[in-house]
Design a protein around this ligand. Structure first.
Ligand code: SF4
Length: 363
């Protein structure tokens, strides 16, 4: 482990793109090697970077560190998803989740034909300003934006800890704590660092940015043309209910969001994901499914239904699976691709904010 007390003013190297480092480290070609050591060979310390001259390693460790977080706790659910609680260097807490999406496939001799497919869900802020009524993160208020390096570090740490070689494909979803588009500058930078071919090389097509519907920033993200996928947390089909569930709707209503989505550049083979959290008796009626079909008219959309994950501080309840299935059927018969997301990690409270909340209450 790197010793952070050595020089507390050291910069977090994970905050820098390769191009930025090439401006400040010479000779430039060493930067690619440093990236490979950190992101591909999972070095713990500059002293392990044996292809760099000794003096350079010493100079680097005087100026930089690459340990912006420590894992305080992790919990594995019965469905094998793992939720991590990280402590940042200023003591604040965030969380990330490793979700196995497709199981390993073996041949008859027990050899691996296909590795487990993972999705990593990462945080972009400590707390959140959006204030969604169903969300535990919102209850704690907003503390600060994560730096690009703190976002990158969650992925790096989880891949390294789980011994997933850098080239093993993972999908990333910016759906942990925080509203990613409220921290667009650092999130966009993290996307660039995570997709760098000398680093973790996670294709932008495997990175999904999820938003509570900040229409102006959806437009800005589109203008950056990063090539990432977009997910909209819609959760309601009329402004009255949506403003109750998601106060941010008062600033950007459904019409404004749909307008921004229609103008968002998406790959011809991809779709915009609409997340719809089904809450018992609140938004799970078939009349609401019908309205959703109307709203999505003309958009290359996919709907992901999520059954609400109950927690102590919420008045909302989880709907029955039958209700969710009939909502899904209705959308499917209207030609809208629709899945029901398995509530992975229900037994470890994987809805955002819950591990952190419990950890604080227990400490
Ligand atoms: S659901 Fe997401 S956007 Fe809404 S308050 Fe929670 S963290 Fe923020």
């Amino acid at each position: 482990m790197q010793n952070l007390t050595k020089n507390p003013t050291r910069l977090n190297l994970l905050d820098f793109t390769k191009e930025e480092l090439e401006e400040i480290i010479s000779p430039r070609f060493r930067v690619k090697q440093i990236f490979e050591w950190i992101y591909q060979k999972y070095a713990d310390d500059f002293s392990q970077m044996s292809s760099l001259p000794r003096q350079m390693r010493e100079n680097l460790s005087e100026k930089f560190h690459f340990s912006p977080l420590q894992c305080m706790k992790f919990e594995q659910s019965a469905d094998k998803s793992i939720k991590y609680l990280f402590r940042l260097n200023d003591g604040l807490l965030i969380e990330s989740v490793l979700l196995p999406m497709k199981p390993e496939i073996l041949d008859e001799k027990g050899r691996v034909l296909k590795h487990t497919r993972y999705t990593i869900c990462i945080s972009s802020q400590v707390g959140c300003k959006s204030g969604c009524a169903f969300c535990l993160t919102a209850k704690g208020g907003f503390k600060r934006n994560l730096t690009a390096g703190e976002i990158v570090a969650q992925v790096l740490w989880i891949k390294k800890q789980n011994k997933l070689p850098y080239e093993r494909r993972v999908n990333l979803v910016y759906m942990g704590m925080g509203e990613p588009l409220d921290n667009l500058k650092n999130v966009a930078k993290a996307v660039r660092i995570l997709s760098d071919n000398s680093g973790l090389a996670i294709s932008v097509k495997r990175q999904t940015i999820s938003t509570s519907g900040l229409a102006r920033q959806i437009k800005e993200l589109g203008e950056l043309d990063l090539g990432v996928l977009l997910a909209i947390s819609l959760h309601a089909v009329n402004d009255k209910l949506r403003s109750e569930l998601m106060p941010i709707n008062k600033a950007y209503n459904i019409a404004a969001i749909m307008d921004a989505v229609r103008n968002f550049p998406i790959n011809a083979r991809k779709r915009v994901m609409f997340e719809y959290l089904l809450i018992d008796g609140v938004n799970d009626d078939l009349s609401q499914a019908r309205e959703l079909v109307r709203l999505l008219n003309g958009i290359k959309a996919k709907v992901n239904l999520i059954l609400f994950n109950p927690h102590e501080k919420s008045p909302y309840k989880r709907p029955s699976l039958e209700k969710a299935l009939s909502f899904q059927d209705f959308l499917s018969t209207k030609g809208i691709s629709c899945t029901i997301r398995q509530s992975k990690g229900l037994d470890i409270s994987a809805a955002c904010g819950q591990l952190k909340e419990r950890s604080i209450n227990n400490s």
